[in-house]
Write a protein that binds this ligand. Sequence first.
Ligand code: CA
Length: 226
Amino acid sequence: MRVLLIEDEKDLARVIKKGLEEEGYSVDVAHDGEEGLYMAENYEADVIILDILLPVMDGLSVLREMRRSGIKTPVLLLTAKGDVSDRIKGLDTGADDYLAKPFDFGELLARIRALLRRARDVKEPIIRIGDLEVDTVSHEVRRGGKEIHLTAREYAILEYLAYNAGRVVSRTELIEHVYDESFDMDSNIIDVYIAYLRRKVDKGFGRPLIHTVRGAGYMLKERREG
Ligand code: CA
């Protein structure tokens, strides 16, 4: 999952980015409102973390412009502690949630996960596809009750497919949501990871769950026919 972080306090931005990357997110950072708006319009983020007080263009204006241009990405606002009017304005401008500074990093993670679930109509933190379980909190993966060990990148790809289970996901979309802007597009890398995932998630488990959709991409789905 890819996060766009719009935060001008560089030390804080660095800490958040590092923490999120340790959790397997790919993170793009913008240090002012204008740059943030540009990135929101040009990169596919799954969640946007948006500070209210920003140079060049303030957070609420960024949010207003984003919503006006049709960007539906969930937005988590970072507000000053105790500033109720900013929270109200933020939610009424199209923010999905807010968190007051200073915040606990665990709470930031939990709110991001909640926004990811809500955006995809996933109700539970453990996503189940057939006998496959993807635990989006602990990052544990099980199939038929048996634990499967994945690398961080393998997990990130499987998690994205799991959040979008039943829908075809193209290689480009996978790259856009699993890597950040510093990655130069070579969609062959996705095929390599899918091969690893098949070896771990499908091989020896009977019915495969990872499907190739010719000319379109990949889909995680339990197929009942056959
Ligand atoms: Ca700020």
